[in-house]
Write a protein that binds this ligand. Structure first.
Ligand SMILES: [Zn+2]
Ligand SMILES: [Zn+2]
Length: 297
């Protein structure tokens, strides 16, 4: 699929946001995704240079950005800093100017939807344009989506660190973030169920009750869950899916429920003594499930 210009801009903004938040791996993956579709995107090479680890890779990315945009100040400065050379003053000045343009004094951070909706006439002589939400043509607004540029009203706009975004662009950005393939769900289910059954069997059959056990479960439950999450994620090539974390937790619950089924059945039949031996597995699921969920995100 060829990337459209707005799509590239959405992805660039998303990657920049991740980089800003220190999520370099996520930013790198998005930059590479852009470059695989649009290898001539200088901004993506520049962004990539900022988030890759090795100096060689950084240099290569800066150089590629400069080949595409020979006077990109951030690339000139980045390469100079990488080499330990002083940054030319005119480049510094260009960078400062770009920074000032990027962060203008915030005009009106509060969205007052009630006021926007109530006012019937545009304020005469005001500099800001009168716009109407593209999703609610009867609502006036002064906001635009930073990604597609279309006007959006206060109830449609979603605030992000780089500006307001419309629901459609947000969905697109999320779809780019969730890059899993249908087969990943099957692989993730099989891998996580296999390990979860093994862990569940050991916990249900060999480590019943006892204070020491509860203590150990608190300590190792997180490690076990984290390992299940990591192994599963590796098995699907590190891709992310909207429902993958939930799927893995469901498999972990199955991994305990299947070996514990005779006990669960006995409890359901009224033998409440079995409840005691389910406390440990329940704690395990709580601690390990949380860790696995977090790993899969
Ligand atoms: Zn938009
Ligand atoms: Zn709206």
């Amino acid at each position: 699929m060829a990337f459209t210009e707005p799509r590239i801009r959405t992805l660039l903004a998303q990657a920049a946001r991740n980089a800003e938040y220190g999520k370099n791996a996520a930013a790198e993956s998005t930059y590479r995704q852009i470059l695989s579709e649009a290898p001539d995107t200088a901004e993506a090479w520049l962004g990539l240079a900022g988030v890759v680890g090795g100096a060689t890779e950084k240099r290569a990315a800066f150089e590629r950005a400069l080949e595409l945009a020979p006077d990109l100040p951030a690339a000139i400065a980045g390469l100079a800093r990488l080499d330990g050379r002083p940054v030319p003053p005119e480049v510094e000045a260009a960078l400062a100017a770009a920074e000032a343009e990027k962060n203008p004094p915030e005009p009106e951070p509060e969205i007052r939807t009630d006021m926007v909706e109530e006012s019937t006439a545009p304020h005469v002589g005001e500099a800001s344009e009168v716009l109407f939400c593209y999703r609610h043509p009867d609502r006036m607004t002064a906001l635009r989506c930073y990604s597609c540029g279309r006007p959006i009203c206060g109830s449609c706009a979603v605030k992000t660190p780089v500006g307001y975004i419309c629901p459609q662009c947000r969905r697109e950005a999320e779809d780019a973030f969730f890059n899993s393939r249908p087969l990943d769900y099957l692989v993730a289910a099989l891998v996580s169920l296999t390990i979860s059954l093994l862990a569940g069997y050991l916990i249900v059959h060999y480590l019943r009750g006892g204070f020491l056990f509860f203590f150990l479960i608190f300590f190792f439950g997180g490690a076990i869950g984290g390992a299940i999450g990591r192994i599963t994620k590796r098995a699907i090539g590190g891709r992310r899916g909207r429902y993958l974390p939930g799927l893995v937790v469901a498999m972990m619950i199955l991994g305990v429920a299947i070996p514990a089924w005779p006990i669960i059945l006995a409890v359901l039949m009224g033998n409440l003594g079995g409840l005691l031996s389910l406390i440990g597995p329940a704690i395990y699921l709580f601690v390990a499930g949380g860790a696995a969920y977090w790993q899969m995100r």
